[in-house]
Ligand binder design. Structure first.
Ligand code: HEC
Ligand code: HEC
Ligand code: HEC
Length: 472
C-alpha cells in the first residue's frame, strides 16, 4: 500500500514537472508586444520558415545521413504547398499581408496541424497551443476589420468571406461609353464578335462553353472566366498576365483566336467613322479615340459589374434569416475543408495563385493530354514552382458560370465541388456534404443594378460538347 502511494506521488511529481517544463519552453509571446509581433514570434518559434521558403534555414540534424532525406522531403513538400516568406516580411515590416496568407495560417493554427509533430518533437516549444492559436485568430480578425472596409462586426467580424460592396466613384460618362464598346462588334476584325459574345451579361458574364468561339469559329484553349466582380481580382487571366482590367481589355481585340483585329489603329479607324463615338471620346478625354481611352472606358464599365446583396451577403451583414440550415452547414464545411483558405475575401478567390492538384494528381487523373494552358502561371514566369498554378477563380454567381475549371471539364457544381475537395483538400465528400456546399454556393448569387442575376441559358440549350471548328 505504502509502495503504491509512493509511486503515485512520484508519478504526480513527474507529471507536474513535465507540465512546468512544457510551459517554460512553450512560451506564449509577451502580451505587451503588438499582435503582429506576437504572431511573428509564434511563426519563428514554429520553424515555419524551415519548410515554407525558397531558402530554408535548416536545423543541424538535416545534414545527418538518414535524417536528411526525411527533412528534405518535408521541406520540398512544404515549399510546394505554401511560401510563407511574403507573410513573414509583411509582419516584420508592419505592412498589410495578403488575405490568403492570413487565412492559411489561421486555419493550420485552428487545426493545430502546423508545425508538424515531427518538427515540434525535435524542437521543444514550437508546438501550437491553445494560447498561440487564440493569438493568431485574434490577429486574423483584427486584420480583416482593418483590411476590408465592409462594416462586418460582432461575431461575423472575423469571417474569411466578405460581402461585395456596391460600386462607388463611378464616372458615369466613361462607364456608358465603356458599355457601348463592350457590346461593339467593331472591335473584331470582321465585325462579328464583341466582348459580350463571350461574356454575356445575362449569362453570368460567361459563354457557358468549354472554350470560347472567336471570329470565324476559331477556338481558344481555356475556359472564359466571368467579368462580374473581376474588379476584385488581384490580377486578370488564369495566368495573371494582365495587372489591370484596362491592360486586360487590350488583349482580346488583337487576340488571333478571339477578335483578331490586326492593330488598335485598325479598330480606331473604324470607330472614327462613327460621329457619336468621336463626340463622346472628345468630350470625355480630350485626345479623342486612342487605345488607352478605349481600354480605360471599358475598365470603368467593368468596375460597375459587381453583384452585391446575395442571400449570403445579407447573412454576413447580420440578417440571420437570409439563409437556412443547409447553406449554413455548407459554409461550415467550406471552412472546415480548407476551401476558404484559397477562396477568400469578397469574391471568394482572385487573391492568389494556387496549385491545381495540391493534394492529389489532378492532371494525371484527368486523362486528357496536357495543353499549354495547363501550365498556368508558369507560362509567364518560367519558374518550375509555378507550373499548374492558377489565379484562384472567384465563386460569386457560380451557379450561372458553368462549365468549371480552366479546362472547362466540370459541367456541374456537384462535380466541381467534389473534385476540389479531392484534389485540393484530400477529402472524399459524402453526397450530403456536396449538397450542402452547393446550397451554400447558390446563396452567393447576387444582384446587378438591383436585379438578381439569372442565366438565359439556364433552362435552354446548355452544353456544346462537340465543338465544330468550322461552324458559324
Ligand atoms: C517540418 C516541416 C514543416 C514545418 C516546420 C511547418 N510546415 Fe507547414 N507544411 C509542411 C508540409 C510538408 C506541408 C504539406 C503537406 C500538408 O499539408 O500536410 C505543409 C503545409 C502547410 C500549409 C498549407 C496547408 C494547406 O493545405 O493549404 C500551411 C498554410 C502551413 N503548412 C503553414 C505552416 C506554418 C504556419 C508553420 C509554422 C507554425 C508550418 N507550416 C511549419 C511542412 C512543415
Ligand atoms: C472569343 C471570346 C472572348 C472575347 C471576345 C473576349 N473574351 Fe474575355 N476572356 C475570354 C477567355 C477565354 C478568357 C480567359 C483567358 C485566359 O485566362 O488566358 C477571358 C478573360 C477575360 C477577363 C479576365 C477575368 C479573370 O477572372 O481573369 C476579363 C476581365 C475579360 N476577359 C474581359 C473581356 C473584355 C473587356 C473583352 C472585350 C474587349 C473580352 N473579354 C473579350 C474570352 C473572350
Ligand atoms: C489550394 C487552394 C484551393 C483550395 C483549398 C480549394 N480551391 Fe477551389 N479552386 C482553386 C483553384 C486554383 C481553382 C481553379 C482550378 C482550375 O481551373 O484548374 C479552383 C476552382 C474551383 C471551382 C471552379 C470555379 C470556376 O469558375 O471554374 C470551384 C467551384 C471551387 N474551386 C470550389 C472549391 C471548394 C468547394 C473547395 C473546398 C472543398 C475548394 N474549392 C478548395 C483553389 C483552391
Amino acid at each position: 500500500m505504502k509502495k503504491f502511494r509512493l509511486l503515485l506521488i512520484a508519478t504526480l511529481v513527474v507529471a507536474v514537472a513535465l507540465v512546468v517544463a512544457y510551459r517554460l519552453v512553450n512560451t506564449t509571446p509577451n502580451e505587451d508586444l503588438p499582435l503582429e509581433k506576437r504572431v511573428l514570434a509564434i511563426l519563428n518559434d514554429g520553424g515555419c520558415l524551415s519548410c515554407h521558403s525558397a531558402n530554408p534555414d535548416l536545423p543541424f540534424y538535416a545534414s545527418l545521413p538518414v535524417a536528411k532525406s526525411v527533412v528534405m522531403k518535408d521541406v520540398n513538400e512544404g515549399y510546394r504547398a505554401y511560401d510563407i516568406e511574403p507573410l513573414m516580411e509583411a509582419l516584420r515590416s508592419g505592412t498589410l499581408p495578403n488575405p490568403v496568407d492570413v487565412a492559411k495560417v489561421e486555419k493550420v493554427a485552428i487545426d493545430k496541424r502546423m508545425p508538424m509533430a515531427k518538427y515540434y518533437l525535435m524542437h521543444w516549444g514550437s508546438q501550437m497551443t491553445n494560447a498561440k492559436r487564440d493569438i493568431i485568430v485574434e490577429w486574423a480578425t483584427d486584420y480583416r476589420t482593418a483590411y476590408y472596409a465592409d462594416g462586418l462586426y460582432g461575431e461575423r467580424a472575423g469571417e474569411p468571406i466578405r460581402p461585395i460592396q456596391p460600386a462607388t466613384n463611378i464616372d458615369d460618362r466613361k462607364a456608358k461609353l465603356g458599355f457601348e464598346l463592350y457590346h461593339d462588334t467593331r472591335l473584331s476584325v470582321d465585325n462579328t464578335i464583341s466582348c459580350a459574345s463571350c461574356h454575356g451579361l445575362n449569362t453570368g458574364g460567361v459563354d457557358n462553353k468549354q472554350y470560347s468561339d472567336g471570329v470565324e469559329g476559331r477556338m481558344g484553349g481555356v475556359n472564359a472566366p466571368t467579368v462580374y466582380n473581376a474588379v476584385y481580382n488581384f490580377v486578370q487571366f488564369w495566368d495573371g498576365r494582365a495587372r489591370t482590367l484596362a491592360e486586360q481589355a487590350a488583349g482580346p481585340p488583337l487576340n488571333p483566336v478571339e477578335m483578331a483585329s490586326t492593330s488598335f489603329d485598325e479598330i480606331i479607324a473604324k470607330l472614327e467613322k462613327d460621329d457619336l463615338y468621336v463626340a463622346a471620346f472628345n468630350s470625355i478625354y480630350g485626345d479623342g479615340i486612342t487605345e488607352a481611352n478605349i481600354t480605360d472606358a471599358i475598365e470603368e464599365f467593368e468596375r460597375t459589374l459587381v453583384t452585391p446583396n446575395s442571400a449570403f451577403d445579407r447573412w454576413l451583414l447580420g440578417d440571420n434569416s437570409a439563409i437556412g440550415e443547409e447553406e449554413l452547414r455548407g459554409y461550415a464545411l467550406f471552412k472546415e475543408y480548407n476551401c476558404a483558405t484559397c477562396h477568400v475575401g469578397a469574391n471568394l478567390g482572385g487573391e492568389s495563385y494556387e496549385l491545381m492538384g495540391l493534394r492529389r494528381h489532378y492532371f494525371a487523373d484527368r486523362g486528357m493530354e496536357l495543353t499549354i494552358e495547363d501550365n498556368g502561371r508558369f507560362k509567364e514566369t518560367q519558374q518550375e514552382r509555378d507550373r499548374h498554378r492558377f489565379k484562384v477563380p472567384g465563386l460569386r454567381n457560380i451557379e450561372l458560370t458553368w462549365p468549371y475549371y480552366h479546362d472547362g471539364t466540370r459541367l456541374t457544381m456537384d462535380e466541381a465541388v467534389r473534385d476540389m475537395a479531392r484534389y485540393q483538400s484530400d477529402v472524399d465528400l459524402t453526397d450530403d456534404e456536396v449538397e450542402s456546399i452547393v446550397a451554400f454556393l447558390r446563396s452567393l448569387t447576387g444582384e446587378y443594378n438591383g436585379t438578381k442575376l439569372t442565366n438565359v441559358n439556364m433552362y435552354g440549350e446548355i452544353f456544346d460538347h462537340d465543338h465544330d471548328h468550322d461552324h458559324e
